[in-house]
Design a binder for this molecule. Structure first.
Ligand code: SF4
Length: 95
């Protein structure tokens, strides 16, 4: 069965693994490997950057990496517009 949704989190590769994405410091580099191949990586990263989420791994980036990116790119007002220019419905498989 498939479900059409605007909720990108339904396609998150890490569904059910959230605790693994919120380790401390250096462990985040290991944890971010979960994000490889995630179909909603851009949406996830944009969510964290636009909302200045300061904890955990989002979109394959650690807290430190996201802070650095935000410091470097103060000109960007909407990461969602930049990373997800065509937001829309997602098709998720359900069981
Ligand atoms: S990019 Fe990583 S943290 Fe974001 S939804 Fe995908 S697996 Fe989860």
């Amino acid at each position: 069965m498939t479900l059409q949704t605007e909720d990108w989190t339904l396609l998150a590769k890490c569904r059910g693994l959230q605790d693994e994405l919120f380790p401390d410091g250096a462990e985040q580099k290991r944890a971010r490997t979960v994000c490889a191949g995630c179909p909603v990586r851009s949406e996830c990263l944009a969510e964290a950057l636009d909302n200045r989420i300061e904890w955990g791994v989002w979109g394959g980036m650690t807290e430190r990496e996201r802070r650095q990116l935000l410091r470097q790119r103060t000109d960007i007002t909407s990461w969602t517009s930049l990373l997800c220019p065509k937001p829309g419905a997602y098709v998720a498989s359900t069981s």
